[in-house]
Write a protein that binds this ligand. Structure first.
Ligand code: DQA
Length: 148
């Protein structure tokens, strides 16, 4: 497919996801952030999606990136990591740009500590994939590709 005709999806990953493969392996597994990027690249290619991936440890940088997506992307897949449970600014940015959004979490946040039970960003998302590890990003891409 011509590059210009492809669906454009922005994938936003929040703080400490760059530490995959090092951080709390019992929860997040042995695979690294680089491994995740390779998987996303492969899945996006198979689904004819142009996926741009952004990771930041800074809330304001994530808000800035979401704002820049306005008018430029067909969808957003977001794992705000710890900001999921605290950031009304990210929720407001997602609402502001009015781009269809899907929330992903590697772990099942509903089965974890009480402070992880609330997802602010999730309130702006039409779809949610949690507790599936890397596969959650695959499901999110498939959802945007209309395969679900
Ligand atoms: C996470 C869950 C969050 O509670 C946590 O702060 C993370 C990762 C997940 O993908 O399971 O950093 O978003």
């Amino acid at each position: 497919m011509n590059e210009d005709d492809k669906m454009k999806v922005l994938i936003v990953n929040g703080p400490n996801l760059n530490m995959l493969g090092i951080r709390e392996k019992q929860l997040y597994g042995n695979r690294t952030y680089d491994d995740l990027l390779k998987c996303i690249d492969k899945w996006a290619g198979e689904l004819d999606i142009r996926a741009d991936v952004f990771q930041s440890n800074h809330e304001g940088a994530i808000v800035d990136r979401i704002q820049q997506a306005y008018g430029a992307y067909d969808g957003i897949i977001i794992n705000p990591a710890a900001y999921t449970h605290t950031s009304i600014a990210i929720l407001d940015a997602l609402k502001a740009v009015e781009i269809p959004c899907c929330e992903v979490h590697l772990t099942d946040i509903s089965g974890r500590e009480p402070f992880r039970q609330i997802s602010y960003a999730g309130m702006a998302c039409e779809q949610h994939f949690t507790g599936m590890g890397f596969e959650g990003y695959h499901e999110a891409l498939r959802w945007f590709a209309g395969e679900k």
